[in-house]
Design a protein around this ligand. Structure first.
Ligand code: CA
Ligand code: CA
Ligand code: CA
Ligand code: CA
Length: 486
């Protein structure tokens, strides 16, 4: 016992010393993207992977992982400690480029250099984020991508026998989307297979595409502001509050083995990040995780906060505005909520969740979380812990006529917005007679044209720099394009 204490004290001293400055990822071990619109060009080149080392990367410096399963493996000069004094238990922060309505969740795995050879040839353990608890998550999933040899959609088949395509985004890109030998000599030029966990997308299409954020535990996910001058991490369990430096924070203690059983790791040496969802999102292209940097958390016993939360799935976002936090469901149909009380990233021993509806005649909810729509209208659905009612989540639900459908891509129209990024104005090729509406990311209508004529200039000179959503309605079809104003 005494010996253990001595070793612990010594480790603590060494650890304190090594954390005197923020530690960042220092090595790219491997970069194997899936096909995607940014692969074979910036930010989907090996040099972009290098750009995220040794810092939390300036905005714009990032690497794209492409479609589902595309990954990067990072190494560090020193092991990352699963330190008991790390705030909220979290041990490192990963920065991406999420913003409200654009979350592209990447899954994290960790590896300890168990054989001590400095190589990532040991065992990967997945960090279980919020959506790993839901029945819609599939472990041991795989996709095989086939090279179409050219500027075409990239076909894939998955381990469930489903087929799909990574859509070639010809309006914006002229390069092949399958990783080319010139940049990725280690990727087979006929086909290759990627493996991991598949998460159900939270993408919705209403007036615009919305990639809704997951509760916690994924890269490029929480649309919270980056503030790397703060050297404390965000608390992942306070879902809508930013406590520290922003980014998505991770706890090594979330690790599970291949049978989904928690494992105990005192430290890790390698981090793998891969895109966890399969989703084409119309004009904004496939959902693809971006990584900007990894920072190691410093122990700080003075910082405390709740480590309990409720994770919950929800029906589809109404998508009426990019940031709207309302969800839609349908008359005479049922939706099964799944909710768990989480403590430090694991299911709490007490799972006393209760449900209530503010308007049961519109939408009722059973004790087991089964929502049913009855009449058109709105209701707030709440779940909470019976023993600690302050632990609660609420969802505003709109009940409408119709049938639940899977999210699918809109048919591509022959449209192109250019230049994009734009400076003072832009044009939309092929949008004759269309109704055009430009929204900012808060959903405010900034500009509209009711009957667009060929090559008409759209004035953007009064727009602030940033991202805008352009909605084009033509011949009963709607297309959404993301516009960047410089
Ligand atoms: Ca930890
Ligand atoms: Ca992103
Ligand atoms: Ca090793
Ligand atoms: Ca937080």
């Amino acid at each position: 016992m005494k010996q253990t204490i001595t070793i612990f004290a010594l480790l603590f001293l060494i650890t304190c010393h090594s954390y005197s400055q923020v530690q960042y990822a220092t090595r790219i071990i491997e970069y194997t993207p899936a096909p995607g619109q940014f692969i074979n060009k910036s930010p989907g080149l090996p040099k972009n992977a290098q750009s995220i080392l040794n810092g939390a990367a300036a905005p714009g410096q990032m690497v794209s992982l492409g479609f589902w399963g595309g990954y990067i493996v990072l190494g560090f000069d020193q092991s990352i400690q699963n330190h008991p004094n790390n705030p909220y238990g979290v041990d490192f922060t990963i920065f991406g480029n999420p913003f409200l309505g654009s979350s592209e969740p990447g899954i994290v795995q960790v590896m300890k250099d168990e054989n001590g050879n400095g190589k990532a040839d040991d065992t990967w353990y997945e960090l279980r984020g919020s959506d790993h608890f839901f029945s819609t998550s599939q472990r041991n999933y795989a996709i095989t991508y086939t090279n179409p040899h050219g500027t075409k959609n990239v076909p894939w088949t998955d381990s469930n026998g489903q087929k799909g395509e990574v859509v070639y985004m010809k309006a914006f890109h002229s390069q092949e989307h399958y990783p080319m030998a010139a940049h990725f000599p280690h990727i087979n030029q006929n086909n290759y297979t990627l493996r991991g966990t598949h998460l159900k997308s939270r993408t919705a299409l209403g007036d615009v595409w919305v990639n809704y954020e997951f509760d916690y535990g994924y890269v490029d996910n929480k649309p919270i502001k980056r503030n790397v001058s703060k050297d404390i991490p965000d608390n992942p369990y306070t879902l809508n509050i930013t406590e520290g430096c922003g980014g998505d924070a991770f706890d090594i203690s979330w690790a599970v083995d291949k049978n989904n059983h928690p494992v105990t790791l005192d430290k890790i040496d390698f981090i793998k990040i891969y895109n966890g969802i399969t989703q084409n999102a119309g004009a904004i292209g496939e959902v693809s995780t971006e990584v900007c940097g990894v920072a190691v958390v410093k122990p700080n016993a003075a910082i405390s906060g709740t480590t309990k939360t409720i994770v919950c799935n929800h029906p589809e976002n109404t998508g009426k505005q990019p940031v709207e936090r309302r969800f839609k469901w349908y008359r005479n149909h049922t939706f099964q909520f799944e909710a768990y009380i989480i403590n430090k990233g694991k299911k709490d021993a007490v799972q006393d969740i209760r449900w209530s509806s503010s308007n049961p005649s519109v939408a009722s909810i059973s004790n087991g979380g089964q929502l049913k729509g009855h009449t058109k209208g709105s209701a707030t659905i709440t779940c909470y812990s019976a023993s600690s009612p302050s632990l609660t989540r609420s969802f505003d639900i709109v009940i409408q006529d119709g049938v639940p459908t899977a999210i699918t891509d809109t048919k591509e129209l022959e449209l192109a917005l250019y230049p994009n990024p734009a400076i003072n104005n832009c044009r939309i090729k092929g949008a004759e007679s269309a109704r055009i509406s430009i929204y900012n990311l808060s959903g405010k209508l900034m500009q509209s044209v009711t009957n667009y004529s060929a090559d008409e200039l759209i004035n953007l000179s009064n727009f602030k720099s940033g991202i805008y959503i352009v909605k084009i309605e033509q011949n009963n079809a709607t297309k959404i394009i993301k516009l960047i104003k410089r």
